[in-house]
Design a protein around this ligand. Structure first.
Ligand SMILES: Cc1cc2nc3c(=O)[nH]c(=O)nc-3n(C[C@H](O)[C@H](O)[C@H](O)COP(=O)(O)OP(=O)(O)OC[C@H]3O[C@@H](n4cnc5c(N)ncnc54)[C@H](O)[C@@H]3O)c2cc1C
Length: 120
């Protein structure tokens, strides 16, 4: 038997997730459809836009500050970075926020569906 929803939202990006949360808070039965396998919940912003870029920029900032540590009276023999570790950290930030976003949707009983949505 077909499932029935008050609102079906196509795309689980920032826009879709916010709309789903708001609609569910207003008492609607909501489904959220996402077709991308690489981008899970959160769309471009969470998976390859705002969040990953900010995580990478933060690593660059920490490295840059560490290079200036002598000026602050702090010393260390060697300051270096490992791109693999930086990417691991970035992935961990994305994973943590994706988990949190999915939790917020599930808490509101938003049905998350994998597949391609089409308007009629
Ligand atoms: C490198 C980069 C850095 C950015 N930095 C910032 C920033 O610092 N601050 C800021 O405000 N914005 C930033 N942005 C912009 C931000 O990512 C977008 O404004 C935001 O993602 C738009 O959200 P959206 O939900 O409209 O679209 P999207 O995030 O693109 O989400 C749409 C979702 O719908 C899915 N979809 C589309 N069609 C279908 C279909 N037919 N069926 C099922 N699913 C479908 C897509 O797969 C996608 O997951 C950045 C973008 C990039 C690329």
């Amino acid at each position: 038997m077909a499932e029935m929803f008050d609102i079906v939202i196509i795309g689980a990006g920032s826009g879709g997730c916010n709309a789903a949360i708001r609609a569910a808070d207003l008492g609607k039965k909501v489904a959220l459809i996402e077709y991308r396998k690489s981008d899970g919940i959160g769309g471009a912003c969470l998976n390859r836009g705002c969040i990953p870029t900010k995580a990478l920029i933060r690593s660059a900032e920490v490295y840059s500050l560490a290079k200036k540590m002598k000026a602050f009276g702090v010393s260390s023999d060697h300051v270096s970075f490992d791109l693999k570790d930086i990417l691991t950290k970035k992935d961990a930030v994305v994973k943590k926020l994706a988990f949190g976003l999915e939790y917020l949707l599930k808490l509101r009983k938003v049905a998350i569906k994998k597949g391609e949505g089409e308007g009629s």
